[in-house]
Design a protein around this ligand. Structure first.
Ligand code: BGC
Length: 484
């Protein structure tokens, strides 16, 4: 199946249904399927999928789940399969990062043709979702009362079809389509699901969906992450409930950038930052078996966005903050760790030394900028990022890749990558959590353009992605929290 995009990440898309489990990976031409039914548990599904895709290679997995999914996880057992799905660790069982979405929402995403679309899936159950200008929302209309104490699903799902026969069922389907379209006012209705083919005719605002679109929807779930080299299209903002969720989202991005960089160039070069939220990321990468086993550590080279003028064993050292509990405990060769030598007596000398190291590692010609695959950044309460502090000359440095400078606000010397280097990255990921960051975040993202006061405003990759991973506490001052 071709979505017209180049997925450098291999995605396995699984459509979990009441009668079949189907799977397709991008790059494969044939959908594989196995029967499911009311006795199928999550563990059985995983085993069946592993068996039928044993000869396929894939890096990540999408699952269309036949029940409600909130914040990426099933919250109710499926109506038409055995229990045992809520709380199941799909990533551990499949040994890959997994994104889960409601099955109807996944197919709706793959069927999207713009505007307002109502998707109805006529299968064992009744799937429902809307897509409005590219954003998908699952609906769960199936179990609402329809008539005579029966739900919509009781009548137009498989049970209804068997009970009332094809002729009456067809009539009921047209009534249901008309009713729901009246309530939700879509521009068009797409009818998918295994039983859609039994319909004799369709209302004028409806079209038949293609069940293969379920897989395409699964590919699209990872599509943003898979195309790192896209042109600047504005920042992506993701607002989650807690710092722990920021860390989970960051780990998935880290992994995707790593495998796509290694897939493209054989090496993944990442610049880390200090701070407590990124430290959570490092600890997770080192301890969670999914990331620990699947990140290509031997091909990962680690650098730093900035450093304090202290030796590597100092508690203030950004190197130390990433080394303890992370770099020291993953199978990464020492030679892949490129730290700033903060122990050098002169900070300017440490900056020059680091600039040389970048030149060697990235094989730079004179005047060329390194292109990191990923740079992890934090945001200070005063709006600084890396060690680009408000009102300092370092903000405007254009000749050097690395500079050192005295920062009065912290009464110390700092060594930092310069803005042109940061902005040349393929992907920049800010991790910002806590109410104490709310003011700086709002000023940076929505205030007037004053980079001298709010240096993080300078960060706009010239040809790469910019992701803001935020928690609600940090995002509370934003007026348009969902805007890119
Ligand atoms: C579930 C929905 C699902 C649909 C189709 C219904 O029973 O509640 O979440 O989308 O079946 O599988």
């Amino acid at each position: 199946m071709d979505d017209g995009r180049d997925f450098s990440v291999n995605i396995l898309s699984i459509d979990v249904g009441g009668t079949h489990i189907k799977a397709l990976a991008n790059g494969q031409s044939e959908v594989r399927k196995v029967e499911s039914g009311p006795s199928m548990t999550a563990a059985m599904m995983v085993e069946a999928v592993k068996r039928m895709t044993a000869d396929w290679s894939y890096d990540v997995v999408s699952i269309g789940y036949p029940g409600p999914v909130v914040h990426g996880a099933p919250v109710k057992e499926p109506a038409n399969l055995a229990p045992g799905w809520v709380g199941f660790d799909f990533a551990a069982a499949l040994g890959r990062p997994v994104r889960i979405i409601n099955d109807a929402a996944m197919q709706a995403l793959g069927s999207d043709q713009g505007g307002r679309m109502l998707f109805l899936g006529l299968g064992t159950g009744l799937g429902s979702a809307m897509v409005v200008n590219g954003r998908v929302e699952p609906l769960e209309l199936a179990h609402l009362p329809y008539k005579r104490k029966r739900s919509y699903e009781d009548v137009v799902g498989l049970r209804g079809l068997r009970r009332i026969g094809k002729k009456k069922w067809r009539r009921e389907v047209s009534v249901v389509i008309a009713q729901l379209a009246n309530a939700l006012e879509p521009d068009y209705v797409v009818i998918g699901g295994g039983n859609a083919k039994l319909l004799a005719e369709l209302p004028s605002n409806a079209r038949l969906g293609d069940n293969a679109n379920a897989f395409l929807g699964g590919f699209r779930l990872w599509a943003d992450s898979a195309s790192a080299d896209q042109a600047w299209t504005g920042a992506e903002r993701r607002i989650v409930d807690s710092p722990e969720e920021i860390v989970l989202a960051a780990a998935a991005e880290f992994y995707l950038q790593a495998i796509s960089a290694v897939g493209n160039a054989g090496v993944f070069r990442v610049a880390l930052s200090g701070g407590s939220t990124p430290r959570g990321l490092y600890e997770l990468l080192a301890s969670d078996p999914t990331w620990r086993t699947h990140i290509p550590w031997y091909r990962t080279h680690v650098f730093w966005g900035d450093e304090r003028h202290v030796p590597p064993d100092h508690t203030d050292s950004n190197f130390r903050s990433a080394n303890d509990g992370f770099l020291a405990s993953v199978p990464m060769p020492q030679a892949n760790i490129h730290r700033v030598h903060g122990e050098m007596p002169d900070a300017a000398e440490a900056a020059a030394d680091y600039e040389r190291e970048l030149g060697d590692q990235f094989r730079l010609a004179k005047g060329e900028l390194p292109r990191f695959d990923l740079i992890v950044l934090g945001l200070g309460e005063d709006g600084h990022t890396a060690s680009l502090f408000p009102g300092t000359r370092a903000l405007w440095e254009k000749q050097h890749l690395v500079v050192s400078h005295r920062v009065d606000q912290v009464a110390g010397d700092r060594i930092t990558l310069t803005a042109p280097v940061l902005n040349n990255a393929a992907c920049i990921m800010f991790m910002v959590s806590g109410v104490h960051k709310a003011r700086a975040l709002a000023a940076t993202l929505e205030g007037p353009h004053e980079p001298d006061h709010w240096p993080a405003q300078m960060i706009k990759p010239t040809r790469g992605r910019l992701i803001w991973l935020l928690d609600r506490a940090a995002a509370q001052g934003l007026s348009a929290p969902n805007k890119g």
